[in-house]
Design a protein around this ligand. Structure first.
Ligand code: SAH
Length: 342
């Protein structure tokens, strides 16, 4: 069965033709899949019943069914648990901001990266998501809430750079004028720092925002938190990021989750300030969210304030991230399929 929703328009027309189906129907099929985001051929009501049956024989729509939905009483954030065609689960988080709706999407079922503080890594890695499955998270949330998502962050479960080709395909599909048409400037892609991926992304020359989960200014501290640092060292990573920012003229957002007594000292702040000097950078300090297995805890608000001040005084661009969805385990790093364990 061919994954029809992951196809670009020209691939879809060619494929229909090869299946002996009318290629001139490609536009209608494409609109149902990419704009309306239907999960079944039966809903493509302007196609003949016969054609719909033929499509079912050769193609599958990789859709996300809502398995569970929880809404935060604090801020209206909605967390979805989606069931995929093979019974696996992923989570997405819908956040409402002044500028519109932003959806945090997953790119893999599980994750290989095993960061010490992150809930997703705990269950290990299961599989990559197809482009269609990343897209379907947006369609499912939009159709459920009857809203339009205007911003996307690839910061849910998984490491986007570890599923590079499908993620790029997703980006091109979601950005398509005849699809959801979400502007690249409204998309953020977050990585734990996979150097070859960042270099490749630089070549794609997309106008999206690259976020780098740095969380520490040196190898000693970072390797304790993130196993990926054993392979891609802080200074090499920052070198590649500097080149990325220079060549794309896009500011990189450095994520820095703050863990009490681990990465929140004055020394860490000074070291970070100095290493990010002279490059297009925004530092996003994140009060860490508790993940029971990790034994790590957030820094105190006073520590975060002090850390932020050091960076500001050194001339760095820095903000402290407001946490949403805390009461429904929907904040950074809390996504996992609890469902499976039950
Ligand atoms: N794999 C990608 C994207 C998914 S994680 C990445 O590493 O960037 C999204 C963000 O949440 C990352 O910045 C990650 O480091 C952060 N995060 C994970 N667990 C967290 C926690 N317990 N508290 C705060 N942020 C966390």
């Amino acid at each position: 069965m061919t994954d029809i929703k992951s196809m670009y328009f020209d691939e879809l027309s060619t494929s229909l033709k090869e299946s002996g189906l009318p290629a001139f129907r490609a536009k209608q099929v494409w609109q149902w899949l990419q704009q309306k985001g239907v999960g079944s051929f039966d809903l493509m009501t302007n196609l003949s019943k016969d054609l719909r049956e033929k499509l079912k024989e050769d193609y599958v729509i990789k859709f996300c069914e809502i398995e569970k939905k929880s809404a935060s009483a604090l801020d209206g954030t909605v967390k979805y648990l989606f069931r995929l065609f093979d019974g696996e689960f992923v989570e997405s988080v819908l956040m409402k901001y002044k500028y519109g709706y932003s959806l945090c999407v997953s790119t893999q079922v599980g994750c290989r990266m095993n960061c010490a503080f992150c809930a997703t890594g705990v269950g290990g890695f299961i599989r990559n998501l197809a482009a269609a499955e990343i897209l379907s998270q947006i369609h499912a949330a939009q159709n459920d809430m009857d809203i339009k998502v205007s911003h996307i962050v690839l910061m849910g479960m998984g490491e986007p750079m570890d599923n590079y080709d499908n993620v790029i395909r997703f980006l091109k599909l979601v950005n398509n004028d005849d699809g959801l048409n979400i502007g690249m400037r409204n998309i953020s892609l977050s990585t734990c720092g996979i150097i070859p991926g960042i270099k490749k992304l630089e070549q794609e020359n997309l106008q999206l925002t690259l976020s780098v989960s740095l969380h520490a200014p040196n190898d000693d501290v970072r390797s304790r938190l993130m196993p990926v640092n054993k392979k891609y060292k802080v200074d090499d990573l920052l070198d590649v990021c500097r080149k990325y920012a220079d060549s794309t003229s896009r500011r990189i957002s450095y994520e820095y989750a703050m863990f009490g007594g681990v990465n929140d000292s004055d020394e860490c702040a000074y070291e970070l300030a100095s290493k990010l000097k002279g490059t297009l950078a925004h530092i996003n300090l994140i009060p860490a969210n508790d993940v029971t297995e990790s034994g790590l805890h957030s820094s105190t608000p006073e520590r975060i304030k002090r850390f932020c001040e050091i960076l500001e005084k050194s001339g760095r661009n820095v903000t402290v991230r407001r946490s949403l969805g805390g009461d429904i385990d929907a904040s950074c790093g809390q996504l996992r399929s609890k469902h499976i364990k039950a």
